[in-house]
Design a protein around this ligand. Sequence first.
Ligand code: HSE
Length: 309
Amino acid sequence: MSKTVTIHAPGTVANLVCGFDVLGLALHQPYDIMSIKLKDEPTVTIINKDEFNLPTDPEKNVAGVVLLSMMEKLNNETGFELTIEKHIKPGSGIGSSAASAAGAAVAANELLDKQFSKEELVQFAMNGEKLASGVKHADNIAPCIYGGVTLIRSIHPLDIVQVPAPELYVTVVHPQIEVRTSDARQILKKQILLKDAIKQWGNVAGLVAGFIKSDYDLIGRSLEDVIIEPVRSILIPGFDEVKSKSKAAGALGGGISGSGPSIFMLSKDEASAKAVEIVMQEIYNKIGIDYNTYVTKINGEGVRVVDSK
Ligand code: HSE
C-alpha cells in the first residue's frame, strides 16, 4: 500500500508592516490540513474537503501547480493525490495560498524521502504564489516552510535569512471582506519619494534589530509603514481605529497582514493580546462586518508533518 503523509500548513503574516515583500512570520493558528500519496501515473489529483470550492484542475490550483513543477523536476516519473482541508480562508491576508503551496511542497518532499532542500521547496512553492497573485513573492512561503520570522533578502537569487525573535503574541482580526492580492498590488505606487524610502529602510532595519535583540520597544517603534499602508488601508474598513485602539490596549504595534483585509497586532504578553482582540471585536461589531479573530503566537516550526504511514 502506498504511503500517506499528513501535514499542517500554518497561516503567515507577510510584510510585517514596513517589510513589504521581504519579511514574514508563521502563526500557530489557523492552519490547513493536507494529506498526500504517490500515484503510479504522472498526474495530479486534487480532492477538496472544505467549503471553498477551489479548482480541482491542477493547472488552476495553487497546490496543483506546485506539485506539477516538482513532477517536472522528477522527469514526470511519479504523480500525486492531494487531499486539502483548508481552514485559512482564501483572500484573508493570512497566507492562504502560501499554506496550500508550501504545504503541498513539504508534504510531497516527505513522500520523496526529503530529496529537496527547504530552499528548493520555496522555489517550487513560489509557483503557487505566481498563480494566486501574478507575482512570485516569498514572504508568506518562506516563514510557512522555515517557521519563525524570515527575511527574504532577495528572490533572484533566492536568499532567505531566518531572524531570531523573542516570544511574541499575535492578535489577528479577519473582517469577512475579500481583498485580492493581485488587486492590492495593482493599486500601489510605482515610484516613491527618497525621504519615504529612508524612513522605510530605517524601520525594516530597526525591526530586524529589535527581533534579534529582543528589544520590544524598538520592535514597536519600527512597526511603521509610510509606503504601502497609506494606500492599502483604504480597502479595510475600520483600519485606523483598530490600529490606534489596539496600541492603546497594549499592543506593541501592527498593521495590515499581507495584502489584507486581515489586521495583525504584536503584543509582549497574552493579557495585552487578548485585550487587543476585544478591541477588534468591538470595532467590527460596531461597524457591522462579520469577522474572525485569533490570539496566537509565532510558530517556530512552520509546516509540520503530523502523520506518515
Ligand atoms: N507581500 C505580498 C503583498 C504578500 O503584500 O502583496 C501577499 O500576501
